[in-house]
Design a protein around this ligand. Structure first.
Ligand code: PA5
Length: 462
């Protein structure tokens, strides 16, 4: 299981001004935390609560359909191209980067055991898109269009371009190169899928984009590139069971949520840095940033009061960002809490050879890169605590399907508990919808004429 070490957020280590009396706070919040965990588990099956993501580990039907489709198309495609943005892309990107062999897309087909390469088009930069079309053969590409709403402008414009290109290349057969993942009934993409006869998977009701990684949104691309989705599901289920524990002393998601909440609200640490010491986990920080930001950054609380709250998440990568951000974290404003992710056992070992007899880098010779990266994680943590900066460390045994699924699911539960502590709606995103609607207006979508007029006036003045 994943371990959480929060000692360096404790006032015993970093002093009272910046640290928490964690033992005392656990006592103070014991009942509230038990109430929150009980309530989340009681509400999870109720429609409209947006807690269906807590059931995704138990959806045997999805796993079955995903596996069936993956085996049906096995060997047919050289590339999987995922079209999606935000919650429809970040989880897939984070998990495939973590679990596929590094530089997967650069390996030969033999080195990939015949499995396809995978690309995520999670933006609409025309140069990047055209650049991608130059390096993949669309006839051998399976396009997975993922959008819960079925109408997001970025994803739908990409879909329209790809559909047109595929049709030109393949004639009527182009449909075999498209699979969609969207709402079961609503949205333009669902209508199109029905009309065109695409194979379609469902983003279940009451699962928001940023909590959708373990639905078909993630599981389908994972299965298509040969990841072990049974191990992913086992990881979620075991973590879910562990996090049903209502005792704060035995629930790491509750501990992480409470410590971050109190550091923000009592000690002014309103920046939350996620810093894995593993390049393979780099995109887990991107995924976490969206999860924490969209879930907790809210204008009003559950009582309807204007609060404008939410800790700002920041992504960092160890050891790389020791040479970029750590100067600020050690000596700049003491307004952050940093979560490190540390890997006990890397898949491979790399020894540093003794190639010089007398130099002052010889202390490295005979050691491993594995030892060096973890020594750097430990040194950075200790240095930060010397500067009275709060940190926590999540340790995972190794980067595999089981552990990565556990980590992501734990962070989802941590976010849900933090949302309850902040007393806000964790699962809406009115601030995102606002900008989406403005885009529709600017691009001339029917029904948005009034908005478009107002926007044009505003744009003319700035
Ligand atoms: O987490 C969210 O809800 C958002 O980030 C969405 O995933 C994102 O806006 C894309 O939406 P959709 O999946 O409807 O295209």
């Amino acid at each position: 299981m994943i371990k959480l070490n929060y000692r360096n957020a404790d006032s015993l280590i970093i002093g009272q001004e910046n640290g928490l009396d964690i033992a005392q706070e656990f006592t103070n919040y014991k009942e509230r935390i038990a109430e929150i965990i009980t309530s989340l588990n009681q509400r999870k099956d109720k429609p409209g609560q947006w807690l269906q993501w807590m059931n995704l580990g138990y959806s045997e039907e999805t796993v079955w359909y995903v596996k069936e489709f993956a085996s049906m198309v096995e060997g047919r495609f050289d590339n999987i191209l995922v079209l999606g943005i935000g919650g429809s892309a970040l989880g897939g990107l984070a998990v495939t980067e973590a679990l596929l062999k590094p530089y997967w897309n650069l390996l030969t087909k033999e080195q990939r055991n015949g499995l396809p390469r995978i690309f995520f088009l999670d933006n609409i930069d025309p140069d990047t898109m055209n650049g991608l079309f130059d390096v993949i053969d669309l006839r051998k590409t399976l396009v997975n269009v993922i959008t819960k709403s079925g109408s997001t402008a970025e994803t739908m414009s990409q879909y329209m371009i790809l559909k047109d290109m595929l049709e030109k290349e393949l004639g009527d057969d182009y449909r075999k190169n498209i699979v969609v993942t969207t709402d079961k009934e609503t949205g333009i993409l669902r209508q199109l899928a029905n009309q065109e006869g695409y194979k379609a998977f469902v983003v279940p009701d009451d699962v928001g984009g940023r909590f959708s990684v373990f639905s078909a949104v993630g599981l389908l691309p994972f299965a298509l590139v040969g990841l072990n989705i049974d191990q992913i599901v086992n990881g979620i289920k075991d973590m879910d069971l562990a996090l049903k524990n209502t005792d704060i002393y035995n629930n790491i998601a509750a501990q992480g949520a409470l410590i971050q909440y109190l550091l923000d609200t009592k000690k002014g640490k309103n920046l939350s840095v996620m810093m894995p010491y593993s390049s393979r986990l780099k995109y887990i920080s991107d995924w976490y940033v969206q999860l924490w930001a969209e879930s907790l950054g809210k204008e009003v609380n559950n009582n309807g009061e204007k609060v404008n709250i939410g800790p700002t998440p920041i992504k960092a990568l160890g050891a790389t960002d020791q040479h970029s951000q750590i100067q600020l974290y050690n000596e700049g404003p003491n307004n952050k809490v940093i979560t490190f992710i540390r890997i006990d056992n890397f898949d491979t070992t790399l020894e540093i050879p003794r190639i010089f007899e007398y130099t002052n880098v010889n202390y490295l010779a005979g050691k491993t890169i594995n030892a060096l990266i973890n020594a750097e994680a430990d040194s950075t943590r200790v240095a930060l605590s010397d500067y009275s900066r709060p940190t926590m460390t999540l340790t995972i045994d190794k980067v595999d399907e089981y552990n990565v699924a556990q980590l992501l699911y734990m962070l989802e539960v941590q976010t849900a508990i933090a949302g309850e502590l902040y007393n806000i709606n964790t699962f809406n995103q009115p601030g995102v919808e606002q900008a989406k609607n403005y885009t529709y207006a600017l691009m001339g979508r029917a029904g948005y004429e009034e908005s478009a007029k107002n926007l044009q006036e505003k744009l003319a003045n700035v």
